[in-house]
Design a protein around this ligand. Structure first.
Ligand code: ATR
Length: 278
């Protein structure tokens, strides 16, 4: 059996097991391949990965909060994982652990237009934004970064490239861009929080709803059981939306390709997670 897992904390609600299991079934591989969720604490991460290797696992996806630790324990690191400073895919082979980052190629694959030469605006400056900025620059896009804390955006741009957009009290000029990517955590459902005020997320992102148009592609890395306010407002304004579930499918598909060498069944993977969300 070729065993795979997603490693994180918390991990119980991960959609990756359902998505990969559906892909294995669709390709007649489920007799030989399995995929499960395993919770590991930050203190137990390296030892946990060691146990999986010793137990004959083939690899793993890695999510919050282990993406940097995954990079650090690897024997071989892809150019993307190295530059981004995070890995979301580990492969265990005779030569050791290889770390890849499929968030970057997954984002590019999810875009409905080629990003080369396009004006793109990335919101955020954390780990997710780093992967997005690196991916877009590598694909030849012109990249601007805005973050609530401008100094973090500046640090990211100094390291990877692109330009910072600073705002004082105005809104972002989203009409000037071809592609807008939300790589902040704005829009994430907060368990136990009271109902959100309509428009609150857009306000935090410094976006005016009437600035959307059919010339804009909006990518939201955030997903939940409901569409995010950004994707709802964008689609009302005529923009093309790539939601967080599509991004999840695309990074999963790239990981699937790395482990199995097979072409991932995208539509099966999409359907599996969307069914799970309903
Ligand atoms: P990740 O590694 O998933 O990207 P992170 O490093 O915690 O997570 O980054 C979260 C991002 O969301 C940051 O860019 C953060 O902005 P700050 O750098 O100013 O903290 C952004 N973010 C979180 N809450 C926000 C809010 N209410 N309004 C605007 N940006 C927010």
């Amino acid at each position: 059996m070729n065993r795979l897992a997603v490693l994180g904390q918390p991990i119980a609600h991960s959609l990756s097991p359902v998505m990969h299991t559906a892909a294995f079934e669709a390709l007649g591989m489920s007799g030989d391949w399995s995929y499960e969720a395993i919770e590991l604490s930050p203190e137990g991460f390296a030892a946990g990965v060691g146990e999986l290797r010793a137990g004959g696992y083939r690899g793993a996806n890695v999510t919050v909060p282990h993406k940097r630790a995954a990079l650090e324990l690897a024997d071989e690191v892809s150019a993307a994982a190295d530059a981004i400073g995070a890995a979301n895919t580990l492969s265990f082979g005779p030569a050791g652990v290889r770390a890849d980052n499929t968030d970057a190629p997954g984002l590019i694959a999810a875009l409905p237009i080629p990003p080369a030469g396009r004006r793109t605006l990335v919101l955020g400056a954390g780990g997710a934004a780093r992967a997005v900025v690196w991916a877009l620059l590598g694909a030849g896009a012109d990249v601007a970064v805005h973050n609530r804390t401008a100094s973090r955006a500046q640090e990211l741009v100094d390291e990877l490239g692109g330009a910072v957009i600073e705002l004082t009290d105005s809104f972002l000029p989203i009409g000037k861009f071809d592609i807008l990517v939300n790589a902040t955590s704005v829009g994430l459902a907060r368990p136990g929080a009271s109902a959100r005020v309509v428009g609150a997320d857009l306000k935090e992102l410094r976006i005016e709803a009437d600035e959307f148009s059919d010339r804009l592609v909006v990518v939201d890395l955030v997903y939940g059981t409901e569409p995010t306010e950004l994707s709802l407002a964008g689609s009302r304004g005529g923009a093309t939306i790539v939601d967080g579930l599509e991004i999840l499918v695309r990074q999963g598909a790239e990981s699937f390709r790395i482990w199995t060498g097979m072409e991932p069944p995208l539509e099966v993977m999409r359907r599996a997670i969307r069914d799970q969300q309903e």
